[in-house]
Design a protein around this ligand. Structure first.
Ligand SMILES: Nc1ncnc2c1ncn2[C@@H]1O[C@H](COP(=O)(O)OP(=O)(O)OP(=O)(O)O)[C@@H](O)[C@H]1O
Length: 297
């Protein structure tokens, strides 16, 4: 990691009442990295991502993004930072009754003064840019269709085009394919990588499928109970190793069962993994490690 990361999360704790969502999480990301946040439901992935965009403020610790201490920003300066950080959500968050083109144009609102209503209220230059982004995501011909008439995969591609309207330096994606079928998931994940390469984007994307994380990301950051328990390049990393690490830090049978269930071979993976089952020896090994109560950190 460089000494000048584009994202620097230091010992961040975040509590919501009695719930601790992040418990001293630290993470640095360099420009151009493609990072997956991997973890079970409730491990703190969304909360961590939301801190990177100033949607959450840490209870303790600090978050620096693009050189700005996020929690110190308000008003115009916070909006300016958010303009440099695109965000794609699991449920797409489009305005269903608006056309695809209008939805994409809303991505420019952070840079504009006052509200906009209708296509006529945007400049030709912005409309051309929006159409260009729709072309990039393969949906130009759908521009004048209502957003809610598109499939889930198409809606997520519109959401990506909307994020591109910001001309972001960082793209955050929170479980972007959790609501999609395997084919649409593959298309959306490939599209994010392609766009990241073309536009020199830094990407932080949360996922819960190990196979997908391994095949898609350059680096995996594993979260458990709001803590970073794994941070490693995906090169030469096997699913068994990831499973083993999660097994080592699991502390309850329920958690181990959840790991087996949630980290089971996903449908979206290279063909050679298609038939792979979780090795029963590995499961036994995880159980044994769990029984001894050893932990990674
Ligand atoms: N606004 C909130 N108010 C109260 N509790 C919250 C809030 N946001 C998150 N939490 C809690 O913090 C913990 C971490 O949640 P988070 O959504 O970050 O996890 P996650 O790994 O993204 O899970 P999932 O994959 O299910 O979205 C959970 O226990 C969650 O219920």
């Amino acid at each position: 990691m460089s000494s000048n990361p584009i994202i620097d999360v230091t010992h961040v704790t975040k509590t919501f009442g009695e719930t601790t969502a992040l418990a001293g999480a630290s993470l640095t990301v360099d420009a151009g990295e493609i990072v997956v946040l991997l973890g079970l439901s409730g491990s703190g992935k969304s909360t961590l991502l939301r801190h990177l965009d100033g949607l959450e403020v840490p209870t303790n610790g600090s978050v620096t993004v693009l050189g700005e201490e996020v929690s110190s920003l308000t008003g115009r300066r916070l909006r300016a930072l958010r303009g440099r950080v695109g965000f794609v959500f699991q449920q797409f968050e489009l305005v269903p009754s608006l056309t695809v083109l209008e939805n994409v144009l809303t991505g420019a609102l952070g840079r504009l003064r006052g509200p906009r209503l209708g296509l006529w209220s945007y400049s030709s230059a912005l409309k051309l840019a929006a159409l260009g982004h729709l072309d990039r995501v393969g949906l130009l011909e759908r521009s004048y269709q209502r957003a809610d008439t598109l499939s889930g995969g198409q809606q997520q591609r519109v959401a990506i085009a909307r994020a591109l309207m910001q001309d972001p330096e960082i793209l955050l994606a929170d479980e972007p394919v959790a609501s999609l079928d395997p084919e649409s998931s593959a298309q959306v994940m490939a599209l994010i990588r392609q766009i990241a390469a073309e536009s020199n984007l830094t990407v932080v994307c949360s996922l819960h499928q190990v196979d997908l994380a391994l095949s898609w990301g350059d680096r995996i950051v594993g979260l458990r109970h709001g803590q970073v328990v794994l941070d490693t390049p995906t090169t030469n990393l096997s699913k068994a190793e990831v499973m083993e690490i999660y097994g080592r830090v699991a502390t309850t049978t329920v958690e181990l069962e959840a790991i087996h269930a949630e980290l089971k071979p996903a449908e979206l993976k290279p063909a050679e993994l298609q038939s792979a089952e979780i090795d029963p020896d590995l499961v036994a090994e995880i159980g044994a490690v769990f029984a001894t109560g050893s932990s990674l950190r």
